[in-house]
Design a protein around this ligand. Structure first.
Ligand code: GLU
Length: 303
């Protein structure tokens, strides 16, 4: 029988032993300073048990993993209307790329590249004060996690706000195609704060239970929406590294430049991993390897 606790401990030991960490995101000053040699993994199982190894109580900003929660919130708010503004195709480009936006006439390829996430946040914002939209968003994340001790790291949000020239360029470019309904700076302020939500791997794994369809998880979304979000995580969750992640791990996942990864094993488990050093694609370097070790050993894969 699978001894998950022993497996997670051995994966954590292996990751520390390999000491192949990568470099934390350099373009957000507050992230650039983080010590890369850190690792955590947590797994929530269908029977309600949670197993962890490493620094599972360490908080990190979820960054682009927040795009999953923003997509869930937006689908709940406006449903399929979102797809008139954002496509559902892998982009094959970097997370912050602008190149396709011109040929695609301001219509982002998917909700997980930055341009698509900015449009999704705009849809989430429409008709409301940013503070209210953010409060409601945080409420959703807390409800999915069943834990109110989840907050926004204001310093990281400010750090990105002061330096996020590419995201500013993307937002203004989208506005030029009339695919932003709110002022670009207002949308960006909301987006940077949503990215700066801090969670531990335990909280992240708990938040993913509903996507994994685990019994007893809070019913904050329909099964149909969960399937669609999982499909997008599989095809687009790791930017131009999505094919490689599917090949190595075989499960839907969403990474963030804070080093977190949320991985969904449908009907089996929800997995949160964190290690702040990134690989070439901007995804957690050690975290991706740990995910591959886990699915190799457990056989969890949708294929
Ligand atoms: N806040 C980051 C940005 O917009 C998120 C990117 C990521 O996590 O991949 O650049």
């Amino acid at each position: 029988m699978l001894d998950l606790q022993a497996l997670l401990t051995s994966i954590s030991d292996r990751i520390y032993h390999e000491a192949d960490w990568g470099q934390p995101a350099q373009y957000i000053p507050d992230l650039a300073e983080i010590e890369p040699a850190q690792f955590a993994i947590s797994v929530c199982m269908a029977d309600g048990a949670t197993y962890s190894a490493g620094l599972a109580n360490q908080r990190f900003t979820i960054q682009s993993i927040s795009k999953v929660f923003a997509l869930i919130a937006t689908l709940g708010r406006i449903g399929d209307q979102l797809w008139a503004r954002v496509d559902r195709e892998p982009s094959g480009t970097a997370f912050d790329s602008i190149v396709l936006l011109e040929s695609d006439k301001g219509h982002p390829r998917n909700p997980f590249v930055n341009a698509g996430a900015i449009v999704t946040t705009d849809a989430l914002l429409s008709g409301r004060e940013p503070k209210l939209a953010l409060a409601e968003f945080l409420h959703l994340v807390r409800a999915m996690t069943e834990d109110d001790d989840i907050h926004i790291n204001g310093a990281v949000a400010r750090s990105e706000q002061e330096t996020g020239a590419r995201n500013k360029a993307l937002a203004h470019y989208l506005a030029s195609y009339e695919n932003l309904f709110n002022p670009p700076d207002l949308v960006l302020g909301t987006y940077f704060h949503q990215c700066a939500i801090e969670m531990t791997t335990i909280q992240l794994a708990r938040a993913g239970r509903v996507l994994a369809g685990l019994k007893g998880s809070p019913r904050v979304m329909s099964l149909n929406h969960a399937r669609r979000v999982n499909a997008l995580m599989m095809t687009c969750g790791h930017y131009d590294g999505s094919g490689d992640f599917a090949f190595r791990v075989g499960l839907p996942g969403k990474s963030g430049v804070g080093g977190g990864i949320l991985i969904i094993a449908p009907n089996v488990a929800s997995i949160g991993i964190w290690s702040p050093g990134l690989n070439f694609y901007g995804n957690s370097n050690a975290g991706t390897r740990a995910a591959a070790y886990l699915t190799q050993e457990t056989g969890w894969s949708v294929f």
